[in-house]
Design a protein around this ligand. Structure first.
Ligand code: SAM
Length: 253
């Protein structure tokens, strides 16, 4: 079974914290938002439901197709308020869309940038698409060294509507380049009688960024008043390398 299912299973484990966080950021920012790495529109749909016009970009046609199906059936004005576009988050130009009040990149989309230079390029792109004084927010994940041993670990169990469940195992391994981390995810689906009916594996490469490099990239990229939280509930970061870092900043003049 292919990536389509892995993406859908991924959403089952995502939780609601980031939906709550980015929805609140969007309400404050204004009526237009750019979802960078929109995936299956997991966040974009609830944000569009609040009345925000959302443009989502992603480089995966499979995920955009899933998102398109969800947007089309969402109703409630969501369909007319959302646009999904194919694009690379490291280098895109949406000049016809005008400047956005908010750009956000959730669930570690920027961990897919493979170097500080790529991240800097991505941030420069965002600056071109956000109005002066507009908001830019994103989160980055970090995996502690102690987990980078390649051992599969039970990461959670998600119930399914048919009474079955999906079990996820994650294994993390150091990549060749410093900061690169390979993630192996396995999703196993069981039916209501506990029989294994599907097993999907996915492998993805992430890059972990030091908080100091991110701060520098943002400053050079023209974003100011950076608030960094260690989690999506607004918990303050101790300034060290955290499991997750959430950034909230404004575009300068
Ligand atoms: C973990 S998913 C997050 C999806 C969505 N934001 C969410 O929170 O559910 C990361 C997304 O970034 C997209 N992505 C990764 N690298 C990309 C790139 N270079 N350009 C555009 N999209 C990219 C993937 O296709 C995927 O949809």
């Amino acid at each position: 079974m292919g990536r389509r299912w892995a993406a859908e299973y991924h959403d089952l484990f995502a939780g609601d914290d980031d939906v709550t966080f980015y929805s609140a950021v969007s309400r404050k920012a204004g009526p237009t938002a750019l979802d960078i790495g929109v995936g299956t529109a997991r966040l974009a749909i609830p944000i569009a439901r609040t009345g925000t016009r959302v443009v989502g970009i992603d480089s995966s046609m499979e995920l955009l197709n899933i998102a398109h199906g969800k947007v089309t059936s969402a109703g409630g004005g969501v369909t007319s308020r959302m646009r999904l576009l194919f694009g690379d988050i490291r280098d895109f130009s949406l000049s016809r869309e005008g400047k956005f009040d908010l750009a956000y990149a959730a669930a570690g989309a920027y961990n897919r940038c493979r170097s500080t230079a790529e991240l800097a390029h991505a941030v420069a792109c965002v600056r071109d698409h956000v109005r002066v004084g507009g908001t830019f927010s994103f989160d980055l994940v970090n995996v502690g060294d102690e987990l980078l041993d390649g051992m599969p670990r039970l990461d959670g169990v998600a119930p399914m509507e048919d009474g079955g469940e999906v079990v996820r195992h994650l294994a993390w391994r150091k990549g060749r380049k410093r900061g690169d981390v390979e993630c192996h995810a396995t999703y196993e689906r069981f039916d209501a009688r506990g029989r294994s009916v599907e097993r999907v594996a996915e492998r993805e490469m992430f890059h972990m960024f030091e908080p100091t490099e991110v701060a520098e990239v943002l400053q050079l990229g023209g974003f100011e008043d950076v608030n960094r939280f260690s989690d999506l509930k607004g918990g303050r970061s101790a300034g060290r390398k955290d499991d997750m870092a959430v950034y909230l900043c404004n575009r300068g003049p």
